[in-house]
Design a protein. Structure first.
Length: 264
């Protein structure tokens, strides 16, 4: 796979072609994810839960994110690398710039931050300084305590309207991508159509420009009952890399996610 970049993925959206995103946290799995043809790797602060054993993403630090981003960058073979700014590492625009600079220096190519309209100034500051930003909206795991748990967002008319307005504002402020987590499928479709930048979904239905899953979830390694939006691609695969390829193929073909993976 030739090197994927923002231009590549924006062109995919304009052409109506979907792309696939998977998490990875080390060089070995980054190599397998990228070799399988998945266009983007997310170095997620989900590592706090799947690698470190925490019950949320909140304890993860910038230093830990930089370590894992550097590891992924060494194993990557052409996918674009997105990396999370962890909890309270972008409380002010100035702090966001320092945190983002550390993760970009480690090998990230775009940073992801969680929030809505209040991020506009931060997004603008980062974009002006050459740091691409993906704005994560909907269920934002770093705000789990404020949200009262991992709940679907945007189900009532007012909050849905606000989310659409926030998405447009963040694009105008310089965001290069959006990620929608656990929002109703119809709302995700409206947001995807309202902006010109690529929109990645997780639990957001089939009509976003891309899909992302946590690697451990789609390999069937989730302890207990997996989230509704997860499919176990390892169940019918002969190897981990086959599962990674099957996932990417299903996303690009539009066969994943199905109706059973979304929310009304």
């Amino acid at each position: 796979m030739s090197n994927i970049n923002l231009h590549t993925l924006t062109a995919r959206k304009q052409a109506g072609e979907k792309f696939a995103v998977l998490t990875a946290y080390d060089a070995c799995f980054a190599h397998l994810v990228s070799e399988a043809g998945n266009e983007m790797i997310l170095v997620g602060d989900s590592l706090g839960m799947v690698l470190q054993g925490h019950d949320s993403t909140l304890p993860v630090s910038v230093e830990e994110m930089a370590y894992h981003t550097a590891s992924v960058a060494r194993g990557n073979k052409g996918s674009m690398i997105m990396t999370d700014l962890p909890f309270m590492s972008y409380a002010t625009p100035e702090q966001a710039m320092d945190s983002a600079a550390a993760l970009m220096a480690a090998g990230g190519q775009i940073v992801k931050i969680e929030g809505g309209a209040w991020l506009a100034e931060t997004v603008s500051l980062l974009a002006e300084r050459g740091i691409p930003v993906c704005a994560h909206m909907g269920l934002t795991p770093q705000a789990v305590n404020k949200l009262g748990g991992y709940r679907v967002q945007g189900r009532d008319r007012d909050s849905a309207k606000q989310m659409i307005e926030d998405a447009v504002l963040l694009e105008e402020s310089g965001a290069s991508m959006l990620l929608l987590e656990c929002v109703p499928s119809l709302l995700a479709r409206e947001i995807t159509q309202a902006v010109d930048i690529p929109v990645i979904g997780i639990g957001a239905g089939p009509d976003t420009d891309a899909q992302v899953l946590v690697m451990h979830d789609m390999l069937g390694l989730t302890p207990g009952r997996p989230p509704k939006f997860v499919k176990n691609f390892m169940a019918d695969a002969d190897s981990v890399q086959d599962a990674f390829k099957a996932y990417g193929d299903a996303v690009r073909a539009g066969t994943f996610p199905g109706p059973e993976h979304g929310f009304e």
